[in-house]
Design a protein around this ligand. Structure first.
Ligand SMILES: [Zn+2]
Length: 252
């Protein structure tokens, strides 16, 4: 089997490990860039925890990006379009979130992606606070693990509509910071970990979960005591933290 696909199956099952509370049943999806203009993405309806080779579809990036530019596309057009993007027509229909994956790969330079619905992160994203508590920092490891700032999108219809908002946010982010985010927070929906390796995706996902659990804890103790912008920036630029960052994102 394709080596990338083997690793993607491992990553998908790991993300759905019940010990982590990141995704249950058919929740979430994953992808990996094949670096030849195509990528593997979870097929519609498959479950991360038990996924096998047949639970993935390989799609042509260019075709998916073309569909994103077609503003006239209705639900039936999306369905047909996604089928037409398959490298091999006998493969299963790709997830409706394939658009989002294509954007992160081709516009963000991301190699491995894991989208999940962690209870902790959802508890905040579905609250009246939305993504706001994640836009300031509370401790060094979440800065090292999830980056200087997450990208944020409001709740939108999954699929093409959500992908258009992610594209706008990704472009704004790239323009402002000069590099892609590690974490996308989708209000009332879930999170996306953007990595250069499967290990990266796990580190970002688990760190985001711990960050959210900690934030929730602080709300029972009078609310978070945020680090100052200067303190957070210092963590970003410390050489020992840069080394740690490299260690946790190394390919397994
Ligand atoms: Zn989702």
């Amino acid at each position: 089997m394709d080596e990338k696909l083997t690793k993607l199956i491992e990553l998908s099952r790991e993300l759905a490990n019940p010990a982590f509370n990141l995704a249950i049943l058919g929740e979430g999806n994953t992808s990996a860039d094949c670096e030849d203009g195509t990528f593997w993405v979870k097929a519609s309806g498959s479950q991360l925890s038990t996924i096998t080779e047949s639970g993935f579809s390989r799609v042509q990036g260019k075709r998916v990006l073309e569909l994103l530019d077609d503003r006239q596309l209705d639900d039936a057009g999306v369905e047909e379009g996604l089928k037409s993007s398959l490298v091999d027509s006998s493969m299963s229909k790709p997830s409706v979130e394939t658009f989002l994956h294509a954007l992160c790969i081709y516009e963000g330079g991301i190699k491995w992606i894991g989208h999940t619905h962690p209870i902790s992160v959802m508890s905040i994203l579905c609250s009246k606070e939305g993504a706001r508590p994640f836009t300031q920092h509370i401790y060094p490891d979440e800065i090292v693990g999830c980056g200087e700032m997450p990208a944020v999108v409001p709740y939108l219809d999954p699929g093409l509509t959500l992908a258009h908002a992610v594209r706008d946010e990704l472009r704004r982010y790239l323009d402002k910071f000069g590099y892609a985010p590690k974490l996308i927070l989708m209000e009332n929906h879930g999170m996306v970990a953007l990595g250069q390796s499967p290990t990266d995706v796990m580190s970002i996902s688990l760190t985001a979960d711990k960050w959210a659990c900690t934030l929730l804890g602080t709300f029972t103790m009078g609310g978070p005591r945020f680090l100052t912008g200067q303190q957070a920036k210092r963590i970003e630029t410390r050489p020992d933290e840069a080394y740690r960052r490299k260690q946790i994102s190394m390919e397994s």
